[in-house]
Design a protein around this ligand. Structure first.
Ligand code: ZN
Length: 214
């Protein structure tokens, strides 16, 4: 983790590894699916932050109910509820379930020591927390629109070494990003020599590739 240069990349690698751990736990215990507690607000954050981090191709698998390339289905039973609705509900039940909820300060109330320590995930969280207050339909729209995206059709046996998403040749390294990048000056990791997708190429420095789990 120390070799990872930015706060955004560290947060990205940590959440990716956490997701892989959850999947590994579920598959080794022969679970049929994984229920995630993500609200509409959380899913909207995922849509925009994964896009910004260069992993847009994986969005259909990260926010939709049903089969995933990991051999286990994902379900989001709270997908129609906003974060503020869930917080309100937790305080209305009798007995109250709020004390059982892991208290996390609102992103807008957190003081960040410097912009350098701000992550894309955090910015998205802050953004959608403020949007859901006055314009909840925007939050729901982001998720609904992204929900219409279709997963890449071509089945690939190659997996990205970090996020474990199936990647075809054109999704590996800088080929996964159709912008203006020059192959001649690309590092080995950017050329796709390590089999990382474009987003993960941006998060993991070359010297840390050997530490990635199988
Ligand atoms: Zn990846």
């Amino acid at each position: 983790m120390n070799a990872i240069p930015s706060a955004t990349s560290r947060a990205d690698v940590l959440s990716t590894l956490l997701q892989r751990l959850v999947i590994r736990f579920a598959t080794t215990h022969a679970c049929e699916g994984i229920l995630f507690g993500s609200s509409t607000t959380k899913l909207a954050e995922v849509v925009l932050s994964e896009t910004a981090k260069g992993r847009g191709f994986a969005i259909p698998w990260l926010i939709s109910d049903g089969p995933t390339p990991f051999g286990i289905s994902f379900y989001y039973p709270l997908r129609e509820l906003l974060k503020k609705e869930l917080s309100a509900f937790a305080n209305m039940t009798d007995p109250m379930i709020a004390p059982l909820v892991h208290a996390e300060p609102l992103a807008k109330e957190q003081v960040i020591s410097s912009m350098k320590n701000t992550t894309i995930d955090f910015l998205m969280k802050q953004y959608f927390e403020s949007v859901e207050e006055s314009y909840p339909s925007i939050v729901a729209n982001a998720v609904r629109t992204a929900g219409k995206l279709q997963a890449p059709k071509a089945a690939s046996t190659q997996r990205c070494k970090l996020c474990a998403m199936p990647v075809t040749e054109d999704l590996v390294g800088i080929h996964g990003w159709v912008g203006d990048q020059i192959e001649a000056v690309a590092t080995e990791i950017e050329k796709g020599s390590y089999g990382l997708c474009y987003g993960c190429t941006r998060s993991v420095p070359e010297e840390a590739v050997t530490f990635l789990p199988d």
